[in-house]
Design a protein around this ligand. Sequence first.
Ligand code: MN
Length: 236
Amino acid sequence: MTTLFISDLHLDEKRPDISRAFFRFLETKAIHADQLYILGDFFEVWIGDDAISPFQEEVIYGLQNVSKHCNVFFMHGNRDFLVGNLFADLSGATLLPDPTIITLAGEKTLLMHGDSLCTGDTEYMQFRAMVRNPDWQAEFLGKSLEERIAIAKHLRDKSKEETANKEEYITDVTPSEVVKVMDESGCTRLIHGHTHRPARHPMEARERIVLGDWGATGWYIVCDGKSLELLEFNPL
Ligand code: MN
């Protein structure tokens, strides 16, 4: 039983090298795996299932092929939280709530995107509460495509600008929040992305594993049912 985890590819037609790396990952790794978990920020932007671009369609077809052989699971990130049921139907992926608990190699494992762990960033937490509100989402999805594109761009620019001005520890997870979610869930392992700080953090009898984003290198976790590895690879 092989399980793979990826996150933070930020797929965007402006970065064709990353989507090429993803297609290669599908053909060489995911197609032979039993399960593929995508833990958020898979797309750089998603303004609604009714506005799927030709580029996004290509990505969906790639997933559709692989999902015939491998169970694909998709968790939202802070960039692609509007991915919906049409995407799931077309791609063959199952949408997962954040957080989700699975059993991995006999261990109760908590899966999250990771943004909800950054509680020190109060500005972001307020923003998150706003955009995750069903009323806000319904209103946004009711706007024209042009308006949605403009709003999404504005929010992205604002977030980039604000993040650049924030201290490192603010944009990382809050340690006490990590302990809290692990205590509450009873999990001994936490896997998340979002912070773009790939690492394995032992926490006494528990562990937090952070996936990396895809850029100069790509990151994934592979679990063969016994042991688990966080691997970096050259996507080119
Ligand atoms: Mn994120």
